[in-house]
Design a protein around this ligand. Structure first.
Ligand SMILES: Cc1ncc(COP(=O)(O)O)c(C=O)c1O
Length: 385
């Protein structure tokens, strides 16, 4: 059996060790220190646009703090893209607020601006104006931010831009992670760059970021003893993890190039198989192609092959693949939540598959994945399962 081929595994460059070593040498083994400051500086420089950054323990923590900073409270409603990972939506419930889910549009698979507007109008009609909007750049593909922001501005609702999967992507030449009233990033182990686990909150409003630093370190008032006039959180990034992040920042652009090359490689090899389609980049959209994703229209395939069949064939060869993220409005935990859409995301979930896309994949591994996918489209593949 070949070594496991993962969807997207951590890819170290070697420099990370130097920064981590430095944390040990200087004994900054704490959720503060030179690596935390350095990593925040690196992110601020990379994102530009006058952004301020606080490094946190996860992207989920970043969304939670963003909601708190925007004043989301018990009983409020927050609009969230339905097609996302649960980390985008769970913090809404941490705040005692209610998520309202909005479907995807077909081009980017992200929040549909027209259903967003429909949702806002209807929630206002029902008596509650949503407190925030959470669009998500899924798999690295930017959302239609101009349309989303113009609706958000019209109704004066702040935007929490979930760029957890999209560091390195751009929209009309501007980096994702710089569009929200507040934006968030994730450095979880599977992301384009990682700190093992971690996240960041980003804004051009310095007050928000200073407040995020205060809240993420248990909201300690200035005093020699521990004094608290607010509820705080233990959400700051460790100086050891931030060391990994500083090393990873030196290779971010390489990682984006590699991920985009992997996408092109799969596309060139598989695009002509009847029933498979790839997600195109609309003009002025630049995706980091964090994960290469395909749709399988089984009616168009030679032997009514579906995404699950391909997944099983790959699994048999020790290759990890995964259906597209199951939309939040289909999750048992959110079964009572309001949903606005035409079930585009249901169809994407039914047809989609994420392929191994790690920037550390060897040419040989990619060739293996491609040949196993081709094999999955043959009758022979059924008898081997
Ligand atoms: C779209 C999206 N939002 C939020 C998160 C949460 O980030 P974290 O795992 O760092 O908490 C993730 C991923 O993990 C994600 O993919």
């Amino acid at each position: 059996m070949n070594a496991k081929i993962w969807l997207s595994s951590p890819h170290m460059c070697g420099k990370e060790k130097e920064f981590v070593e430095d944390a040990f040498t200087t004994n900054w083994i704490a959720p503060l220190g030179p690596n935390v400051d350095g990593f925040e500086n690196d992110l601020e420089t990379y994102l530009g646009e006058g952004m301020h950054v606080a490094a946190l323990s996860s992207g989920t923590a970043a969304i939670h703090l963003a909601l708190i900073l925007l004043g989301v409270q018990n009983g409020d409603e927050v609009i969230c893209q339905s097609m996302t990972f649960s980390g985008s939506a769970n913090p809404i419930v941490y705040q005692g607020a209610t998520p309202v889910f909005v479907d995807s549009e077909k081009e980017t698979w992200n929040m549909s601006p027209s259903f967003l507007e429909e949702a806002i109008k209807d929630r206002i009609k029902k008596g509650k104006k949503p407190k925030a909007i959470i669009p998500v750049h899924l798999y690295g593909m930017p959302c239609k931010m101009h349309e989303i922001l113009s609706i958000a501005n019209e109704y004066e609702i702040p935007v929490i831009e979930d760029a957890a999967e999209a560091l390195g992507s751009m929209y009309f030449g501007k980096k994702t992670g710089t569009f929200g009233t507040i934006s968030i990033l994730s450095f979880n182990g599977n992301k384009i760059i990682t700190t093992s686990g971690g996240g960041a909150i980003v804004s051009n409003n310095k007050t928000y970021i200073e407040r995020a630093k205060f809240l993420s370190t248990q909201a300690r008032d200035p005093a020699p003893h521990y004094e608290h006039s607010h509820i705080g959180y233990n959400y700051r990034m460790s100086n050891v993890c931030a060391g990994i992040g500083r090393g990873q920042m030196t290779v971010l652009e390489d990682r984006v190039k590699k991920k985009r090359a992997i996408f092109k490689n799969y596309q060139a090899a598989l695009n002509n198989i009847s029933g498979i389609s790839f997600q195109n980049e609309p003009e002025n959209f630049y995706s980091n192609r964090w994960l290469t994703t395909i749709l399988i229209d089984s009616a168009k395939t030679p032997h009514t092959i579906n995404n699950e069949h391909i997944r099983l064939v790959l699994e048999k060869s020790n290759i990890e693949s995964r259906p597209l993220w199951k939309p939040m409005h289909l999750q048992p935990v959110f079964k009572d939540a309001a949903f606005y859409g035409d079930r585009t995301s249901d169809k994407l979930f039914e047809q989609g598959l994420c392929l191994p896309s790690g920037s550390n994949l060897t040419e040989e591994a990619i060739e293996t994945v491609k040949s196993k996918i081709s094999l999955a489209f043959t009758l022979e593949s059924f008898s081997n399962l």
